[in-house]
Design a protein around this ligand. Structure first.
Ligand SMILES: NC(=O)c1ccc[n+]([C@@H]2O[C@H](COP(=O)([O-])OP(=O)(O)OC[C@H]3O[C@@H](n4cnc5c(N)ncnc54)[C@H](O)[C@@H]3O)[C@@H](O)[C@H]2O)c1
Length: 346
């Protein structure tokens, strides 16, 4: 199967591309390279050839010969989305729709979309689990775009087009294109470089977590599943046992990094809290099993950080916090207000 992976130079893409190649998929990447300055460590596996292109510029004729698209290329978290909601809608909602229309026009049947459990927003995490049947309650432009894409692409599903929607929990774990702006990775970075974790909140909100390699497993199984099983379907990606309070995650991390201290703050009014059920994916894609736990993921990061001698400077480097590097490049006018590169080809 020939697969185009958009966002191939991102955190998930840098694991997914090599993983699919190893398993016999013919993979081509596509990425505009917002974070290409950030390689925390060299990829241990061969990476696919990648086209440097903005998804907003992709047309049907660019997609000839592909059997499937895995679409990762979006502004990838709430703070990024909130910084400029307008551009978030343009890339994450309109850009994705335009790519999906081009895919359908090019005769590509499969479109695996990486949605997010953040669509559940302010659910009452203390009392109830949410699942794919629960009405979404998005709190941010990022989450709102995910909901709109699921609805609009869902409506495009038909005999010749089988999109599916993976609502990933918050990812963690090692990737050469590291992100330190997601909770477990961030806490591990603090634990390693300063020996202390200071939660600025009381850490009570619930968040489901999933290892980046388990996300890749879900994507691969979605590509291989019978079309009728996944057409227009939404799946939460994670494990029902992997719902944690932020304070629990911080405790796991502090216990993994010897000597690390942990202090807790006060409620910060962030009302995003959700405990998620993950039964559906195991019913429809029966081979799916999360192979990782946050404990194992924290140990993986400790081993990695020790091997590469992670410094505070590495940890704070702009490309690993997505919003930081985008703002820097906007300030330098390397990116314009539409987040398009301004550099002439020289
Ligand atoms: N990492 C998580 O915790 C998580 C959880 C749920 C869902 N997701 C979703 O998975 C996808 C990938 O996440 P990630 O963590 O790898 O993000 P990331 O920010 O590390 O990677 C996104 C990649 O897409 C590229 N990109 C962004 N806009 C583009 C555009 N207009 N044209 C071409 N390339 C563009 C960026 O350059 C980057 O390399 C995103 O859609 C994200 O919303 C991630």
């Amino acid at each position: 199967m020939r697969v185009l992976v958009t966002g191939s130079d991102g955190y998930i893409g840098a694991i997914l591309g090599p993983d699919l190649m190893k398993r016999g998929f013919d993979v081509v990447g596509c990425d505009t390279g917002y974070y290409s300055a950030g390689w925390l460590y060299p990829s241990p596996d061969p990476v696919p050839m990648s086209i440097r292109r903005d998804i907003r510029a992709i047309r049907a004729e660019d997609l000839a010969g592909f059997d499937a698209i895995v679409h990762l290329a979006e502004l990838s978290n709430d703070p990024l989305g909130q910084h400029d909601p307008d551009i978030t809608y343009k890339i994450n909602h309109e850009g994705t729709l335009s790519l999906a229309r081009a895919a359908r026009a090019a005769g590509i049947r499969r479109f695996v979309y990486t949605s997010s459990c953040s669509v559940y927003g302010a659910a009452n995490g203390d009392y109830e689990f949410v699942d794919e049947t629960t009405p979404p309650n998005p709190q941010t432009a990022y989450a709102e775009c995910k909901v709109r894409v699921e609805q609009d692409l869902g409506a495009m599903a038909g005999d010749n087009f089988a999109p599916c929607f993976l609502r990933n929990a918050t990812a963690y774990g090692a990737s050469p294109r590291m992100r330190f702006d997601i909770v477990l990775n961030n806490l591990c970075g603090h634990a390693m470089t300063s020996g202390e974790i200071r939660l600025t909140s009381d850490g009570t909100p619930w968040r489901p977590l999933v290892h980046v390699k388990d996300i890749c497993q879900a994507i691969r199984l979605s590509l291989m599943a019978p079309e009728d099983d996944i057409r227009g379907q939404i799946f939460n990606v994670g494990d029902t046992d992997s719902n944690y309070r932020v304070i629990d995650v911080a405790t796991i991390v502090s216990e993994t990094f010897p000597g690390c201290t942990l202090t807790v703050g006060e409620s910060d009014g962030d009302n995003r809290s959700y405990k998620v059920g993950f039964d559906k994916i195991r019913k429809v894609l029966p081979r799916f099993r999360c192979e990782w736990t946050p404990e194992r993921g924290a140990r993986q990061l400790r081993t990695l950080f020790e091997a590469i001698h992670l410094t505070e400077e590495d940890f704070n480097a702009a490309p690993y916090t997505r919003l930081k590097i985008l703002l820097q490049n906007k300030e330098k006018r390397l990116l314009d207000s539409e987040l398009c590169w301004t550099l002439p080809v020289v």
